[in-house]
Design a protein around this ligand. Structure first.
Ligand code: PDD
Length: 281
Protein backbone atom coordinates (compact mmCIF):
# COMPACT_ATOMS: atom_id res chain seq x y z
CA UNK A 1 0.00 0.00 0.00
CA UNK A 2 1.09 3.56 -0.71
CA UNK A 3 0.29 6.06 2.05
CA UNK A 4 0.55 9.83 2.30
CA UNK A 5 2.62 11.47 5.06
CA UNK A 6 3.33 15.20 5.28
CA UNK A 7 3.27 15.89 1.56
CA UNK A 8 4.82 12.65 0.34
CA UNK A 9 3.54 9.40 -1.10
CA UNK A 10 5.54 6.52 0.39
CA UNK A 11 5.24 2.74 0.80
CA UNK A 12 3.50 2.09 4.15
CA UNK A 13 6.58 0.48 5.73
CA UNK A 14 8.62 3.60 5.02
CA UNK A 15 6.14 6.05 6.59
CA UNK A 16 7.54 7.70 9.73
CA UNK A 17 6.06 9.93 12.46
CA UNK A 18 7.94 11.28 15.50
CA UNK A 19 7.47 9.67 18.93
CA UNK A 20 6.90 13.25 20.19
CA UNK A 21 3.86 13.67 17.95
CA UNK A 22 1.02 15.04 20.06
CA UNK A 23 -1.39 12.69 18.36
CA UNK A 24 0.60 9.80 19.82
CA UNK A 25 1.26 11.35 23.25
CA UNK A 26 -2.01 13.22 23.87
CA UNK A 27 -4.60 12.24 21.26
CA UNK A 28 -4.21 15.85 20.10
CA UNK A 29 -5.55 15.30 16.63
CA UNK A 30 -8.60 15.00 14.43
CA UNK A 31 -9.59 12.57 11.71
CA UNK A 32 -12.06 11.80 8.93
CA UNK A 33 -13.16 8.58 7.26
CA UNK A 34 -14.45 8.84 3.70
CA UNK A 35 -15.88 5.82 1.94
CA UNK A 36 -15.15 4.73 -1.62
CA UNK A 37 -17.66 2.95 -3.85
CA UNK A 38 -16.94 2.02 -7.47
CA UNK A 39 -13.65 3.85 -7.03
CA UNK A 40 -15.52 7.10 -6.25
CA UNK A 41 -15.39 9.20 -3.10
CA UNK A 42 -18.65 9.45 -1.16
CA UNK A 43 -19.57 12.79 0.49
CA UNK A 44 -16.02 14.17 0.20
CA UNK A 45 -17.17 17.82 0.48
CA UNK A 46 -19.02 17.16 3.74
CA UNK A 47 -15.98 15.49 5.27
CA UNK A 48 -13.71 18.35 4.19
CA UNK A 49 -16.05 20.92 5.79
CA UNK A 50 -16.27 18.97 9.05
CA UNK A 51 -12.47 18.52 9.10
CA UNK A 52 -12.04 22.31 9.02
CA UNK A 53 -14.64 22.68 11.77
CA UNK A 54 -12.79 20.18 14.01
CA UNK A 55 -9.46 21.93 13.36
CA UNK A 56 -10.96 25.36 14.13
CA UNK A 57 -12.48 24.09 17.38
CA UNK A 58 -9.01 22.99 18.53
CA UNK A 59 -7.10 26.05 17.21
CA UNK A 60 -5.20 23.82 14.85
CA UNK A 61 -3.76 24.94 11.54
CA UNK A 62 -4.99 23.15 8.43
CA UNK A 63 -1.85 22.11 6.52
CA UNK A 64 -3.68 21.39 3.24
CA UNK A 65 -6.21 23.09 0.98
CA UNK A 66 -9.47 21.28 0.16
CA UNK A 67 -8.41 21.05 -3.52
CA UNK A 68 -5.10 19.42 -2.63
CA UNK A 69 -6.80 17.15 -0.12
CA UNK A 70 -9.20 15.96 -2.80
CA UNK A 71 -6.25 15.30 -5.09
CA UNK A 72 -4.50 13.22 -2.40
CA UNK A 73 -7.69 11.19 -1.83
CA UNK A 74 -8.02 10.54 -5.58
CA UNK A 75 -4.36 9.67 -6.02
CA UNK A 76 -4.42 7.14 -3.15
CA UNK A 77 -7.58 5.52 -4.53
CA UNK A 78 -5.87 5.31 -7.93
CA UNK A 79 -2.47 3.93 -6.90
CA UNK A 80 -3.94 1.47 -4.40
CA UNK A 81 -6.71 0.44 -6.82
CA UNK A 82 -9.48 0.91 -4.27
CA UNK A 83 -12.85 -0.08 -5.71
CA UNK A 84 -14.70 -0.36 -2.41
CA UNK A 85 -13.29 0.76 0.90
CA UNK A 86 -12.28 3.73 2.98
CA UNK A 87 -9.78 6.53 3.19
CA UNK A 88 -8.53 7.47 6.65
CA UNK A 89 -7.21 10.99 7.18
CA UNK A 90 -5.58 12.23 10.37
CA UNK A 91 -4.14 15.62 11.28
CA UNK A 92 -2.38 16.09 14.60
CA UNK A 93 -0.80 19.17 16.18
CA UNK A 94 2.61 17.78 15.26
CA UNK A 95 5.81 17.01 17.13
CA UNK A 96 7.32 19.90 19.11
CA UNK A 97 10.29 17.73 20.16
CA UNK A 98 9.29 17.43 23.80
CA UNK A 99 6.21 16.63 25.91
CA UNK A 100 4.32 19.69 27.12
CA UNK A 101 0.64 20.28 27.91
CA UNK A 102 0.86 23.76 26.41
CA UNK A 103 0.16 23.84 22.68
CA UNK A 104 3.36 24.38 20.67
CA UNK A 105 3.77 27.55 18.62
CA UNK A 106 2.24 26.86 15.19
CA UNK A 107 5.01 29.01 13.67
CA UNK A 108 7.62 26.43 14.65
CA UNK A 109 5.64 23.17 14.92
CA UNK A 110 3.82 21.99 11.83
CA UNK A 111 0.85 19.64 11.96
CA UNK A 112 1.32 16.02 10.97
CA UNK A 113 -0.97 14.81 8.19
CA UNK A 114 -1.42 11.17 7.33
CA UNK A 115 -3.75 9.43 4.87
CA UNK A 116 -4.12 5.76 4.03
CA UNK A 117 -6.64 3.57 2.25
CA UNK A 118 -8.41 0.42 3.37
CA UNK A 119 -9.84 -2.02 0.85
CA UNK A 120 -13.24 -3.34 1.98
CA UNK A 121 -14.83 -5.46 -0.73
CA UNK A 122 -18.52 -6.05 0.00
CA UNK A 123 -19.03 -2.72 1.75
CA UNK A 124 -22.16 -1.89 -0.24
CA UNK A 125 -23.53 -5.41 -0.69
CA UNK A 126 -22.94 -6.27 2.95
CA UNK A 127 -24.26 -9.45 4.62
CA UNK A 128 -24.65 -7.44 7.87
CA UNK A 129 -27.04 -5.07 6.11
CA UNK A 130 -29.20 -7.99 4.98
CA UNK A 131 -29.31 -9.50 8.49
CA UNK A 132 -29.27 -6.34 10.57
CA UNK A 133 -27.07 -5.80 13.62
CA UNK A 134 -27.55 -6.20 17.37
CA UNK A 135 -26.67 -3.42 19.79
CA UNK A 136 -26.34 -3.19 23.54
CA UNK A 137 -26.67 0.00 25.59
CA UNK A 138 -23.83 1.40 27.68
CA UNK A 139 -23.40 4.60 29.63
CA UNK A 140 -21.95 7.53 27.68
CA UNK A 141 -18.95 8.64 29.73
CA UNK A 142 -17.14 10.53 26.93
CA UNK A 143 -16.11 14.19 27.17
CA UNK A 144 -18.45 17.09 26.33
CA UNK A 145 -17.18 17.97 22.83
CA UNK A 146 -18.28 14.93 20.84
CA UNK A 147 -18.97 17.22 17.88
CA UNK A 148 -15.19 17.46 17.35
CA UNK A 149 -13.92 14.39 15.53
CA UNK A 150 -10.82 13.76 17.67
CA UNK A 151 -8.68 10.63 17.60
CA UNK A 152 -9.48 10.09 21.30
CA UNK A 153 -11.32 6.80 20.68
CA UNK A 154 -10.55 4.68 23.72
CA UNK A 155 -14.07 4.62 25.15
CA UNK A 156 -15.77 3.89 21.80
CA UNK A 157 -13.25 1.10 21.37
CA UNK A 158 -14.09 -0.27 24.84
CA UNK A 159 -17.79 0.00 23.95
CA UNK A 160 -17.28 -2.18 20.88
CA UNK A 161 -15.48 -4.72 23.08
CA UNK A 162 -18.37 -4.72 25.59
CA UNK A 163 -20.75 -5.34 22.68
CA UNK A 164 -18.58 -8.15 21.36
CA UNK A 165 -18.44 -9.79 24.79
CA UNK A 166 -22.24 -9.61 25.01
CA UNK A 167 -22.60 -11.28 21.60
CA UNK A 168 -23.70 -8.03 19.93
CA UNK A 169 -22.23 -5.93 17.12
CA UNK A 170 -22.15 -2.44 18.57
CA UNK A 171 -23.14 -0.28 21.52
CA UNK A 172 -25.49 2.71 21.78
CA UNK A 173 -24.46 5.19 24.44
CA UNK A 174 -26.90 6.58 26.98
CA UNK A 175 -26.76 9.91 28.82
CA UNK A 176 -29.46 10.94 31.31
CA UNK A 177 -31.58 8.09 29.97
CA UNK A 178 -31.38 9.29 26.36
CA UNK A 179 -29.46 7.68 23.51
CA UNK A 180 -26.65 9.93 22.28
CA UNK A 181 -25.17 7.85 19.43
CA UNK A 182 -23.43 4.59 18.57
CA UNK A 183 -19.70 4.08 19.26
CA UNK A 184 -18.87 5.17 15.69
CA UNK A 185 -22.23 6.01 14.14
CA UNK A 186 -25.42 8.01 14.59
CA UNK A 187 -28.53 6.30 16.02
CA UNK A 188 -32.13 6.35 14.76
CA UNK A 189 -35.46 4.75 15.58
CA UNK A 190 -38.57 4.48 13.41
CA UNK A 191 -42.13 4.68 14.77
CA UNK A 192 -44.79 4.04 12.16
CA UNK A 193 -43.16 5.79 9.22
CA UNK A 194 -41.51 8.54 11.28
CA UNK A 195 -37.71 8.65 11.53
CA UNK A 196 -36.51 9.88 14.93
CA UNK A 197 -32.92 10.90 15.67
CA UNK A 198 -31.23 13.10 18.25
CA UNK A 199 -30.82 16.76 17.22
CA UNK A 200 -27.33 18.16 16.59
CA UNK A 201 -25.43 19.63 19.56
CA UNK A 202 -22.02 19.18 21.22
CA UNK A 203 -23.33 15.84 22.55
CA UNK A 204 -22.90 13.94 19.27
CA UNK A 205 -20.81 13.92 16.14
CA UNK A 206 -22.51 15.75 13.28
CA UNK A 207 -22.51 12.79 10.93
CA UNK A 208 -21.93 13.50 7.26
CA UNK A 209 -23.94 10.39 6.37
CA UNK A 210 -26.65 11.61 8.78
CA UNK A 211 -26.93 14.92 6.90
CA UNK A 212 -27.23 13.17 3.52
CA UNK A 213 -29.64 10.50 4.74
CA UNK A 214 -31.97 13.03 6.39
CA UNK A 215 -31.93 15.15 3.25
CA UNK A 216 -32.79 12.14 1.05
CA UNK A 217 -35.51 11.09 3.53
CA UNK A 218 -37.14 14.53 3.42
CA UNK A 219 -36.88 14.63 -0.38
CA UNK A 220 -38.68 11.26 -0.45
CA UNK A 221 -41.47 12.80 1.70
CA UNK A 222 -40.53 10.71 4.73
CA UNK A 223 -41.22 12.31 8.08
CA UNK A 224 -38.18 13.19 10.20
CA UNK A 225 -38.22 14.27 13.83
CA UNK A 226 -34.98 15.48 15.43
CA UNK A 227 -35.37 14.94 19.17
CA UNK A 228 -34.02 12.90 22.07
CA UNK A 229 -35.31 9.37 22.56
CA UNK A 230 -34.78 7.02 25.48
CA UNK A 231 -33.43 3.49 25.25
CA UNK A 232 -36.85 2.24 26.44
CA UNK A 233 -38.57 4.06 23.60
CA UNK A 234 -36.03 2.52 21.22
CA UNK A 235 -36.81 -1.00 22.43
CA UNK A 236 -40.49 -0.41 21.65
CA UNK A 237 -39.81 1.14 18.23
CA UNK A 238 -40.86 -0.52 14.97
CA UNK A 239 -37.35 -0.25 13.55
CA UNK A 240 -33.94 1.14 14.28
CA UNK A 241 -30.78 1.83 12.29
CA UNK A 242 -27.40 3.52 12.36
CA UNK A 243 -25.52 5.65 9.83
CA UNK A 244 -21.83 6.29 9.22
CA UNK A 245 -19.33 6.51 6.39
CA UNK A 246 -18.33 2.90 7.00
CA UNK A 247 -21.83 1.38 7.31
CA UNK A 248 -23.98 3.81 5.24
CA UNK A 249 -27.45 2.92 6.58
CA UNK A 250 -27.36 -0.26 8.68
CA UNK A 251 -30.54 -1.79 10.16
CA UNK A 252 -30.57 -2.60 13.89
CA UNK A 253 -32.72 -5.61 14.74
CA UNK A 254 -32.05 -6.06 18.46
CA UNK A 255 -31.37 -3.75 21.42
CA UNK A 256 -30.19 -5.25 24.74
CA UNK A 257 -31.58 -8.64 23.66
CA UNK A 258 -35.00 -7.21 22.75
CA UNK A 259 -36.00 -7.88 19.14
CA UNK A 260 -37.47 -4.90 17.24
CA UNK A 261 -40.61 -5.55 15.23
CA UNK A 262 -40.18 -8.94 13.55
CA UNK A 263 -36.47 -9.05 14.36
CA UNK A 264 -35.50 -8.47 10.73
CA UNK A 265 -34.32 -5.29 8.94
CA UNK A 266 -37.16 -2.77 8.73
CA UNK A 267 -38.63 -1.35 5.54
CA UNK A 268 -37.70 2.26 6.22
CA UNK A 269 -34.07 1.38 6.99
CA UNK A 270 -33.79 -0.81 3.89
CA UNK A 271 -35.33 1.84 1.67
CA UNK A 272 -33.02 4.54 3.08
CA UNK A 273 -29.99 2.32 2.47
CA UNK A 274 -31.04 1.83 -1.15
CA UNK A 275 -31.68 5.53 -1.66
CA UNK A 276 -28.39 6.50 -0.04
CA UNK A 277 -26.33 4.09 -2.15
CA UNK A 278 -28.11 5.12 -5.36
CA UNK A 279 -27.94 8.86 -4.72
CA UNK A 280 -24.32 8.86 -3.52
CA UNK A 281 -22.90 7.25 -6.62
N1 PDD B 1 -17.10 7.24 12.66
N2 PDD B 1 -20.74 9.26 15.58
C1 PDD B 1 -19.49 8.88 15.89
C2 PDD B 1 -19.09 8.86 17.33
C3 PDD B 1 -18.59 8.52 14.87
O1 PDD B 1 -17.33 8.15 15.19
C4 PDD B 1 -19.02 8.55 13.52
C5 PDD B 1 -18.10 8.17 12.38
C6 PDD B 1 -20.34 8.93 13.25
C7 PDD B 1 -20.89 9.01 11.85
O2 PDD B 1 -20.30 10.06 11.12
P1 PDD B 1 -20.17 9.98 9.53
O3 PDD B 1 -21.53 9.73 9.00
O4 PDD B 1 -19.66 11.34 9.15
O5 PDD B 1 -19.21 8.88 9.24
C8 PDD B 1 -21.17 9.30 14.30
C9 PDD B 1 -16.15 6.84 11.65
C10 PDD B 1 -16.78 6.15 10.50
C11 PDD B 1 -15.03 6.02 12.29
O6 PDD B 1 -14.69 6.37 13.41
O7 PDD B 1 -14.55 5.06 11.70
Amino acid sequence: RTVYVNGEYVPENEARVSIFDRGFLMADGVYEVTSVLDGKLIDFDGHAVRLQRSLDALDMVNPISTEDLLEVHRELVRVNEVEEGMIYLQITRGAPGDRDFVFPDPETTEPTIVLFTQNKPGLADSPAARKGIKVISIEDIRWGRRDIKTVQLLYPSMGKMMAKKAGADDAWMIEDGYVTEGTSNNAYIVKGSKIITRALSNDILHGITRASVLRFAREAQMEVEERNFTIDEAKEADEAFITSASTFVMPVVEIDGVALGDGVPGRVAQRLREIYLEESL
